[in-house]
Design a binder for this molecule. Structure first.
Ligand SMILES: Nc1ncnc2c1ncn2[C@@H]1O[C@H](COP(=O)(O)OP(=O)(O)OP(=O)(O)O)[C@@H](O)[C@H]1O
Length: 426
């Protein structure tokens, strides 16, 4: 981290490469060494992309540390940064806080945009969803394809505990990943999220900022008991954080292996035909039930055009059936249908969904109907569902779906690589 000062730090070589770094085991040692690898993550995730690199900054200690890291990285990469800060309207101070962040960015010569959300629901989930939509839309407007988020190791630990306490959707089962696709669709099309601080503790980053004389914004709702996050934070402190971190690193490494396998499946086993129908070859697929379920989850989302997967127990149950033998007739889940044919799984958009409020024209941003809504046949009336033949005017459904799968595959591959790198010496 820029300007990190730690009296105990001694210069040595990084254990994973030849870069000079501070001695392992010290606060600054960890920050300096990871800095080096986190620059590599930024290099990899932005490779081949155009436009600015967006940094989501709330003004808290995590995202200000992220801004420092990103700024240091631009000295070498020469990429332009665009700070995005959201006035979420959930607290009276939110507007002032967004202005504070904007002033700070401008004082460093960094472009900044304030995004405003008018909450109609006050839940943290609704706020998160809205935040991702605003970030993705702003990134696309700016011609960017990468958004950096300030999640830390502390978030990984907290998320792990939260997930253990209630059933999750498959995508979030292990918590934030080093790289992932934007969780909103279609706003997040082509947008990659990267979390370069995922191996650093919140408290270490805060110590670092203090050392630089940098203040930050404290959001009291993060610790409030009425939010699950606040209750979990207290629980983490009451348990043994170091042990929890080790569990998280093990989970991240395991997940990295899964991600790599999934990335290969998406690249080698899936094709999308002209009509937007997805076909996955599942012959001799050797994968754990968890990987099969995640594979199916991604395919269902690509077929349905949904932002989120269906509930984890339903996807897992369906995966058990579809990868073995059946179903011979269509089964619908999460807005998509799936059917086994020979060695393949076929998947498409559930036409029954069109009955819910579609009034004709382009449906789902991807398909053009062939008749009136009232004519939509009952499921299983034909082999191909009513709506998959045609495409949206600008771009064929096939392109949209293939693009999403390719993007997903790349995110999984990068995530696997950096999960492994980030946790190697733990
Ligand atoms: N108001 C905001 N403006 C801009 N970016 C934000 C804002 N709030 C959060 N972020 C970004 O999101 C990151 C994660 O924030 P936080 O931990 O508060 O979210 P969360 O609700 O736990 O999210 P998630 O469910 O994605 O883990 C921050 O480090 C920052 O990069």
């Amino acid at each position: 981290m820029r300007g990190a000062r730690c009296p105990a730090a001694a210069v040595s070589k990084c254990i994973r490469c030849d870069a000079q770094s501070r001695g392992p085991g010290t606060h600054a040692g960890r920050v300096q060494r990871l800095d080096h690898h986190n620059h590599q993550l930024l290099d990899a995730v932005t490779a081949g992309s155009k436009g600015p690199v967006c940094v989501a900054v709330s003004g808290g200690s995590d995202s200000l540390s992220l801004l420092n890291l990103a700024e240091a990285w631009t000295e070498k990469s020469r990429r332009e940064l665009l700070v995005l800060t959201i006035d979420h309207g959930l607290r009276p101070e939110a507007a002032d806080e967004a202005c504070w962040v904007a002033d700070l960015a401008r004082s460093r010569g960094i472009r900044v945009e304030i995004l405003t959300w008018s909450p109609d629901k006050r839940s943290q989930n609704a706020a998160r969803q809205a935040r991702h939509s605003l970030l993705a839309e702003a990134a696309r407007r700016a011609g960017a394809s990468v958004v950096l988020l300030g999640h830390t190791l502390t978030d990984v630990v907290e998320t792990l505990l939260m997930r253990l306490m209630r059933p999750a959707r498959l995508a979030g089962a292990v918590g934030p990943q080093p790289v992932s696709v934007s969780p909103v669709w279609p706003q997040g099309r082509g947008i990659m999220l990267a979390r370069p601080l995922l191996n650093l503790r919140r408290e270490d980053l805060a110590t670092d900022l203090r050392g630089q004389g940098q203040s930050w914004i404290n959001d009291p709702s993060n610790d409030a008991d009425y939010y699950e996050r606040g209750r979990i934070r207290k629980l983490v402190n009451a348990l043994d954080p170091a042990r929890l971190e080790r569990i998280c690193f093990d989970a991240m490494r395991l997940r990295a292996i899964e991600d790599l396998q999934l990335s290969r499946f998406l690249t080698n086993r899936v094709r999308v035909d002209q009509s937007g129908l997805i076909e996955a070859n599942v012959q001799h697929i050797e994968a754990s039930p968890a990987v099969r379920a995640r594979f199916l989850d991604i395919l269902l989302q690509a077929a349905s055009g949904a932002s989120q997967g269906a509930a984890a127990p339903s996807v897992s149950a369906l995966a058990e059936t579809v990868f073995d033998d059946g179903p011979k007739s269509r089964v619908t889940l999460g807005g998509a249908w799936v059917q086994r044919r020979g060695n393949s799984l076929l998947m498409g958009r559930d036409p029954g969904e069109a009955r819910k409020g579609w009034t004709g024209g382009v449906w789902d941003g991807r398909y053009v109907g062939r008749g009136a809504v009232a004519d939509i046949p009952v499921l299983q009336a034909s082999d191909l569902p009513f709506l998959v033949r045609d495409s949206a005017p600008d771009e064929p459904a096939r392109e949209i779906i293939s693009d999403r799968l390719v993007h997903w595959s790349r995110a999984l591959m990068l995530s696997a690589r950096f999960s492994a790198v980030m946790t190697l010496d733990r």
